[in-house]
Design a binder for this molecule. Structure first.
Ligand SMILES: Cc1cc2nc3c(=O)[nH]c(=O)nc-3n(C[C@H](O)[C@H](O)[C@H](O)COP(=O)(O)O)c2cc1C
Length: 384
């Protein structure tokens, strides 16, 4: 009897994590936990998903409310990783369908992350080795190639490609798309004063640097209006600051957030390594980035928080102290795919928070992702 009592007390403690949440488009998520988008390097060279990859997602889709896939490229010259999910032609629709079914079949909402890598693409993955971006400014890492600035016509084509990829996601049965405007890829490259030195309609003032990201949101939303037969969500992910000077400051990010909050998106998703990180510059240094973003959003759109959340207590604290309605787990949902189920059944203390290197098979992690993890000391807890 005592055991029963303590298990229901534990359940009660984490109840906030398990409450359903309704997005602005009326789609209900069964709880507050989302699988963060994570590249897994495991698709075939032609961009079709592999069985191992679908199994990896299915293994993680019965607990969380929503799964956001690894990024998928919208054009051939936007492919940023080997083994990336392809979404740049209609031939990919059956493969995308298998992925959506793998996730939805286990009960989670399935969201395809759509992206273009811009200057971060490895030359060997793109046609003719030609890297493109807003301007001819390479990344600051030693040896990074100098990209070719996109023409205005090419920019319009990429905006259209985000729409076409959204249509493919609809046809494949996804519940939504997340526009990947974070982590230094093409959308962020247009917003950033570091990588965008243009003086046409897409560069110069902050308003002009915003025009590419906002045009993509508009195109994706128009595509949903035109092609979706039921609720289909559109989210947007952004990174709060850049280390480089010039570079995106927190102040500029809050301008982006302010604009995005007016567009009728279903959520914004901040990309952070540490949920509790404070602003580097351009904002009140005593507040966390999430607090500053939430203040600016002022209830206009739900925010997904993320970053080094491992235990149920970490998650509860994040939800309760910042008022963020949804939390994404990245590395932790690879380490313990049963995270949500353990919280649901009063076994939160059994959540595993360090990767068990002997359990690749049980954890259902495809070889390319597993090898990337175990060969990168310090990336995942338990891997030194
Ligand atoms: C293996 C791996 C691949 C990732 N790939 C992506 C990606 O494709 N798109 C993206 O927006 N973020 C990507 N991220 C970042 C995660 O979504 C997340 O923001 C980050 O890992 C911090 O959350 P965590 O501490 O819960 O892992 C990746 C992270 C990892 C560990």
């Amino acid at each position: 009897m005592d055991t029963k009592k303590s298990s229901s007390a534990v359940e009660n403690k984490y109840r906030a994590l398990l409450q359903p949440f309704t997005l602005p488009n009326n789609m209900e998520l069964k709880n507050r936990i989302v699988m963060a988008p994570m590249t897994n390097f495991s698709s075939n060279p032609d961009g079709t998903v592999t069985e191992a990859e679908v199994n990896y997602y299915a293994r993680r889709s019965s607990g969380v409310g929503m799964v956001i896939t690894a990024c998928a490229n919208v054009t051939p010259n936007g492919k940023g990783f080997p083994g990336e999910i392809g979404a740049d032609s209609d031939e990919m629709i059956p493969s995308l369908k298998a992925l959506a079914q793998g996730i939805k079949g286990q009960g989670a909402k399935a969201v395809l992350q759509i992206f273009h890598g811009g200057r971060a693409c490895p030359p060997n993955l793109v046609p003719n080795g030609e890297i493109v971006s807003a301007s001819d400014v390479p990344m600051e890492n030693e040896g990074s190639p100098t990209p070719r600035p996109l023409t205005e016509r090419e920019i319009s084509e990429i905006i259209s490609a985000f729409g076409e990829t959204t249509r493919r996601a609809i046809e494949a049965g996804f519940d939504g798309v997340e526009i990947h405007g974070a982590n230094g890829y093409l959308i962020q490259q247009f917003f950033s004063p570091h990588s965008n030195r243009r003086d046409d309609q897409y560069g110069g003032s902050i308003e002009k640097r915003l025009s590419f990201p906002l045009a993509i949101v508009k195109k994706v939303q128009e595509t949903v209006q035109e092609h979706a037969h039921g609720p289909f969500l559109v989210g947007y992910r952004f990174s709060p600051e850049e280390a480089e000077t010039p570079g995106i400051t927190m102040e500029e990010t809050l301008v982006l957030v302010d604009q995005l909050a007016t567009l009728g998106l279903d959520y914004l998703h901040v990309s952070l390594q540490d949920f509790w990180a404070k602003a580097r510059r351009g904002a009140d240094p005593s507040k966390t980035r999430i607090e500053l973003i939430q203040e600016r959003i002022a209830g206009r759109v739900p925010l997904i928080g993320v970053g080094s959340i491992y235990t149920a207590d970490d998650a509860l604290k994040a939800l309760e102290t910042t008022d963020v309605p949804l939390l994404a787990l990245g590395r932790e949902i690879i380490i313990d795919p049963d995270w949500v189920q353990k919280v649901e059944t009063g076994k939160a203390d059994e959540i595993v928070t360090k990767l068990d290197k002997s359990k690749q098979k049980e954890l259902v992690v495809p070889d390319p992702l597993w090898n990337a993890i175990i060969n990168s000391p310090g990336w995942f807890p338990g891997v030194d």
